[in-house]
Design a protein around this ligand. Structure first.
Ligand code: EPZ
Length: 442
């Protein structure tokens, strides 16, 4: 049943929210349990759709997933791992990209894997060519099948010398989850080094893996015959933390984000201060608030870690619509991540999109037909409008714009938000938002 969210804007968001385990780590940690000869325990697990999807996928592959009703901690027992039919996998894969990461662990445990055609947020073409290239380098055989691909390792998996053309998070995780039990040494150059990658490495090391990260984005993995289970507390979700920080700025509010960690938000905090946002760090979290003055425009370029993360871009663009002057945002990670600005322009924002690389460094998308730079002129008053949630971060940005706008907005497709934001409605009402969720009755 679809839902409709009615939002009456104009009220600052004030109060406290708690952020738990990272959406971009927890599902991968759950997949890593497939590699163990013993059960694993994952703590700080958020109640989000992506966790439900991976629980379903692990269950059809015979993994016993038990959730502690009190804490939400997961126990993952791979003792009875088995292959699953493509229809079983399809039934659970939903709109997630996680199934691609089952390849390595399933090949190690049952010699094959079926990967359905992938979903994920519509923010670019999102090919899997890097994944298939590295899997073939380990000796995997990739076969196109109706509705997906079948992968097997008839001669086993052997370590390899690899280099990624771009520091892809997913492809780096693919290498980690495959190389840890492959025969011999794997060296990966051009690797992603996001905090979620480091947390996955810590989990694999707890299981018995041998992984070295060098300063030049080279990761070296010595394959081992056996891994045991892990007991791990997932790192908090820095993307959710940055989203609530932007919400405080856009609604001229004041939000304490329990669980936010300065170490994983350095680039975000610098930008937040430059715009005119205030923050205060303590041992349990970070308080974010609007400094009261006029927000300042800036030139912003997204990049891989430790740069300004692409998932922080959309909520922060809403704040830039309220800055005094012209801001420029150059999106260099995804070629099509400005679709969400259409609704903002209908709400009164002044945003123009460009194909040129309007930043200091030309990116992969320059001189090609991608509207991947935005020029934002402000401040302009925002007013209510109706919109459909396009993707996770775009959807969050629409909601905070509606909360700052004069008048009423109505949002459909709200279910997407549950994919990455835990207890979203409770948090909004807890912060004083004037919102109402009703069923569309279909
Ligand atoms: C992860 O996606 C995150 N998702 C994304 O967060 C995040 O934006 C992204 O990393 C970058 O940090 C999860 O962890 C579930 P990539 P992933 O492989 O792994 C290109 C959110 O909102 N590429 O690093 O899919 C790709 O098209 C989501 O939380 C290839 O060309 O991202 C993109 O342009 C959105 N071929 C770039 O690399 C490949 O085989 C980065 O993608 C793989 C990637």
């Amino acid at each position: 049943m679809g839902n409709l969210l009615t939002i009456n804007g104009g009220k600052p968001l004030e109060g406290r929210v708690t952020v738990r385990g990272a959406k971009n780590l927890v599902p991968k940690a759950m997949v890593a349990s497939l590699l163990g000869s013993k059960p694993s325990v994952l703590r700080n697990v958020p109640e989000i759709r992506d966790v439900e999807i991976v629980t379903g996928l692990l269950s059809v592959h015979g993994v016993k997933v038990t959730k502690d009703p009190e804490t939400g901690d997961l126990s993952l027992d791979p003792a009875a791992t088995k292959s699953a039919t493509s229809s079983e996998i399809d039934a659970h894969a939903g709109d997630s990209r996680i199934p691609i990461l089952f390849c390595g662990p399933l090949m190690h445990s049952i010699g094959e894997a079926f990967i359905p055609d992938l979903g994920g947020c519509k923010i670019g073409d999102r090919p899997i060519d890097f994944h298939l290239t590295v899997l073939r380098s380990f000796g995997a055989v990739v076969e196109k099948r109706p509705g997906g691909i079948h992968i097997s390792a008839p001669k086993g998996l052997t370590g390899a010398k690899l280099e990624l053309p771009y520091p892809s998070v997913g492809a780096t995780e693919q290498v980690l989850l495959t190389a840890v039990k492959a025969e011999g040494i794997t060296e990966l150059k051009g690797a992603a080094v996001e905090p979620e990658i480091h947390d996955l490495i810590h989990i694999l090391q707890k299981m018995g893996a041998i992984i070295t990260v060098q300063t030049d984005r080279t990761i070296r993995i010595e394959g081992v015959d056996q891994l045991t289970g892990f007991n791990h507390r997932a790192i908090p979700d820095r993307n959710e933390s940055a989203s609530w920080a932007s919400a405080a700025l856009v609604t001229q509010g004041d939000i304490y984000v329990e669980g936010a960690i300065q170490r994983d938000l350095t680039a975000f905090l610098n930008t937040y201060r430059k715009i005119g946002g205030e923050f205060e760090v303590d041992d349990d979290g970070i308080r974010f608030w609007h400094g009261g003055g006029r927000l300042k425009p800036l030139v912003l370029e997204t990049n891989v870690h430790p740069g300004f993360m692409t998932d922080w871009q959309q909520p922060l663009v809403v704040a830039l619509t309220q800055a005094e002057g012209v801001s420029i945002v150059h999106e260099t990670v995804y070629e099509n991540r400005f679709g969400f600005t259409d609704a903002l322009v209908r709400m009164g924002a002044s945003i123009q999109l460009h194909r040129e690389c309007l930043g200091s460094v030309p990116c992969r998308f320059g001189q090609r037909n991608f509207l991947h730079s935005a020029v934002i002129s402000g401040p302009t008053e925002l007013h209510g409008a109706d919109f459909d949630i396009p993707d996770l971060r775009g959807g969050f940005s629409h909601l905070i714009a509606a909360l700052a706008a004069q008048g009423t907005s109505r949002a459909t497709g709200i279910e997407i938000i549950n994919r990455g934001y835990e207890k979203f409605m409770d948090k909004l009402t807890g912060l004083g938002a004037d919102v109402e969720l009703s069923s569309l009755g279909r």
